[in-house]
Design a binder for this molecule. Structure first.
Ligand SMILES: *Cc1c(COP(=O)(O)O)cnc(C)c1O
Length: 442
């Protein structure tokens, strides 16, 4: 690539301290505790909407951001994003982009599979090894385990609270996979998170090259721009007009990683139009946008029907503040926040099924409800792109409670046979240390 690679700076440091993409990728968090963001978001070349795959789009959008050649990008992303991303048209100019056709049936597969391949490539070049340590209560662990399984330079240890994840989630976490161990911790999710933090500070584990894989890593967010762009291009095609200022993109949100990716994508494409952060009752960000909450005055998380979005303190809030206050912020950029209750989510799930013949998961239903609210309030017009973040079959309890027991379409496709089990673990650092050193040392 002729044009220079773009550097990354922490949301907290002045821009003098820029690091390379690879450094940001391997570090995860910046040394000052902030989150990495690119110093610049290059615009896409004309004709980008003609790209025929996400990998081709990656070759147009990411060379300078990832410091990779177009050939390398095509190779990495053709392998990482090798599943379909269909657009389903619903009445009234609503277009649902299904992001759940990857191996673990939720959109986390995009970030996790991209991150795994990018990390493996960097570690191999440096002759290093890493152990990815993840505390998980839901979709992230399964996606990370699947994405990193069988890599030469990365192993994975998952910690989940025994008896506190759903049957579908437990099956995805504990499938037998090379280089991956799932520990069923006798405790809560908070115990799992505490153990991970303690392990990162434990000098006797330093030789394992501990690393993390959650959405604080900028390497998960950049590949997620690809489906925002892909969706905008497909809507333009379906509507027979340019996607542009009039397109509204609705993002079911928790940690706000997906929304941050949408904002980066909108800058690459010169404005997607309006982005909507659709939250459940964990509504800190909508309240902040409405001027009803101070910056960083987060609240404890609440349990809802859309449990992958039950986040009280969204980790990417800091990135959004930095992006939306920077000089790059375009005047046409608009981010709206909507909060949807469980009752409204259930009603929307029923209405979408009865009126449109479409079965949406609870998270996607939050998004579908948000666009109804904004349209009836006259806040948005024109076509809407709705991101569908999970397969409804991942949440059979919620769907059957809303629609009755005999709903078709809940079977998850391509799920391997259930052959694994979590390794029981006491919620103490010494127990985790022994387990990691005996089973996962390189
Ligand atoms: C993680 C997740 C979300 C929230 O995405 P963020 O990037 O954390 O905002 C929404 N829906 C599903 C199904 C998820 O797994």
């Amino acid at each position: 690539m002729e044009a220079p690679a773009i550097g990354y700076v922490s949301t907290r440091s002045p821009p003098s301290g820029a690091v390379s993409f690879e450094q940001a990728l391997l570090a995860g968090l910046a040394p000052d505790g902030g989150l990495y963001l690119p110093t610049e978001v290059p615009p896409l070349p004309d004709g980008w909407r003609d790209a025929r795959s996400l990998a081709e789009l990656a070759a147009l959008a990411l060379p300078r951001l990832l410091g990779m050649s177009t050939a390398e990008l095509e190779e990495v992303f053709a392998d990482a994003l090798d599943f379909p991303v269909p657009l389903v048209r619903l009445p009234r100019d609503r277009h649902v982009l299904e992001l759940f056709h990857g191996p673990t049936a939720a959109f986390k597969d995009f970030g996790a599979r991209s991150l795994a391949r990018l990390m493996e490539r960097s570690l191999a070049r440096r002759g290093r090894h890493a152990l990815i340590l993840v505390a998980t209560s839901g979709d992230t662990g399964g996606a990370v385990a699947d994405a990193f399984a069988g890599l030469q330079h990365c192993k994975v240890a998952l910690l989940y609270p025994a008896g506190r994840v759903s049957p579908v989630q437990e099956r995805q976490l504990t499938l037998r996979r090379p280089g991956v161990i799932a520990y069923a911790v006798a405790g809560t999710f908070d115990d799992c998170q505490r153990l991970v933090k303690e392990a990162f500070r434990d000098p006797s584990l330093a030789g394992l090259g501990l690393s993390s894989a959650n959405s604080i890593n900028v390497a998960r967010l950049l590949p997620q721009t690809l489906y925002h762009l892909w969706g905008a291009a497909r809507v333009a095609e379906a509507e027979g007009r340019e996607a542009g200022a009039e397109l509204t993109v609705v993002v079911p949100s928790g940690n706000l990683g997906n929304l941050t990716s949408g904002l980066l994508a909108s800058r690459m494409a010169g404005g997607i139009g309006t982005l909507v952060a659709a939250h459940n009752s964990n509504d800190y960000y909508p309240r902040y946008l409405h001027g009803e909450a101070q910056a960083y005055a987060f609240q404890p998380s609440l349990a809802t029907l859309s449990n992958a979005m039950d986040v009280g303190a969204p980790s990417n809030f800091e990135r959004l503040v930095a992006l939306l206050s920077s000089e790059q912020a375009g005047a046409q950029e608009r981010v709206l926040g909507v909060s949807v209750s469980d009752e409204e989510t259930r009603a929307q799930l029923r209405a979408t099924f009865a009126e449109d013949g479409y079965l949406a998961c609870p998270h996607t239903s939050v998004g579908l409800r948000a666009i109804e609210q904004l349209r009836s309030a006259g806040e948005v017009e024109g076509p809407a792109l709705l991101l569908a973040t999970a397969h409804p079959g991942k949440f059979p309890e919620v769907v059957t409670e809303a629609l009755g027991p005999d709903v078709a379409g809940l079977a998850l496709p391509n799920q391997p046979a259930d052959d694994g089990a979590g390794v029981p673990l006491e919620p103490r650092l010494e127990a985790l240390r022994d387990a990691l050193l005996t089973s996962l040392a390189p």
